[in-house]
Design a protein around this ligand. Structure first.
Ligand SMILES: Nc1nc2c(c(=O)[nH]1)N[C@H]1C(S)=C(S)[C@@H](COP(=O)(O)O)O[C@H]1N2
Ligand SMILES: [Mo]
Length: 246
């Protein structure tokens, strides 16, 4: 019997959702259109996986190319700040790490000239700015908050990071990790945040990136590294769109 060419969409739905189904639909690309484009009959799940993964990587490149390094995310007034700010992590709130600021050291590695680690006091001695922006989580909520810290571009320049490298990776104390493109790392609103309302929001150090989705805003940062390889990350490795920004 001839194998059926009809695609049972429901079987692929969880996978499509993981790969940001909405993005495909927004761009008017249905699975049917994908199969025409690719010449793939999409009858085995592996082929679909490989195709969606390739599409996602393609989207990353297109999105990175479209990223406008000077376009600012909206900012808000102090009156609009949400308290208490919603907490989110891959675990329950009560499991959030508690880090002793006194012996905290930020580690640096990869394509960085000065790999010396940083104490909180040293980080606080750098010029600080503050921002009131909206954090948007893929899980369907967003909230306006305030963060204060060192503009990440200034920090990267200060430590002699190779800003022609492609990626900045971040490893966290709770085993979370993520990575961003260099254009976003150098964006004027990307902030190495030292001040936020409570420790569970990432004490002592997090990256606040208002041009990226919440999951690309690492909390409890232990180490920052600069690299030309794409380091992926906790959610990125589970299929979330790597660029995930605007
Ligand atoms: N270290 C670490 N950072 C993390 C996460 C995490 O689980 N661990 N979750 C991410 C997700 S999915 C979101 S939406 C935001 C939530 O930040 P908030 O707790 O300040 O709201 O943190 C991001 N950074
Ligand atoms: Mo999130």
């Amino acid at each position: 019997m001839k194998p059926s060419r009809k695609i049972d969409l429901s079987a692929f739905r969880p996978r499509i959702e993981r790969m940001e189904r909405r993005r495909f639909l927004k761009q008017g690309l249905s699975l049917g259109a994908l199969s025409l484009l690719s010449g793939c009959t999409l009858k085995d799940e592996d082929a679909v996986d490989r195709l969606l993964f390739a599409m996602s990587r393609f989207n990353d490149r297109v999105q990175a190319a479209l990223f406008n390094p000077s376009k600012l995310a909206p900012t808000y007034s102090e009156a609009e700040v949400v308290t208490p700010f919603p907490f989110n992590a891959y675990y329950e709130e009560k499991e959030a790490p508690v880090i002793n600021g006194d012996d905290y050291r930020l580690k640096l590695s990869g394509l960085v000239a000065d790999k010396r680690s940083w104490t909180l006091g040293e980080l606080r001695a750098l010029p600080q700015t503050s921002q009131i922006t909206r954090l948007v989580c893929v899980e369907g909520w967003s909230a306006i908050g305030q963060w204060r810290g060192v503009p990440f571009r200034q920090f990267l320049e200060r430590v002699g990071a190779d800003t022609t490298a492609r990626h900045v990776g971040v490893a966290c104390a709770d085993k979370y990790s993520t990575s961003i493109d260099m254009a976003t790392a150098l964006h004027p609103q990307t902030l190495l945040a030292l001040d936020f309302s409570e420790t569970k929001y990432g004490y002592p150090l997090r990256l606040r990136i208002p041009t990226k989705l919440g999951f690309k805003n690492p909390k409890f940062i232990a180490e920052i590294f600069v690299t030309n390889d794409n380091p992926g990350g906790y959610w990125e490795d589970k299929g979330y769109n790597w660029f995930s920004g605007s």
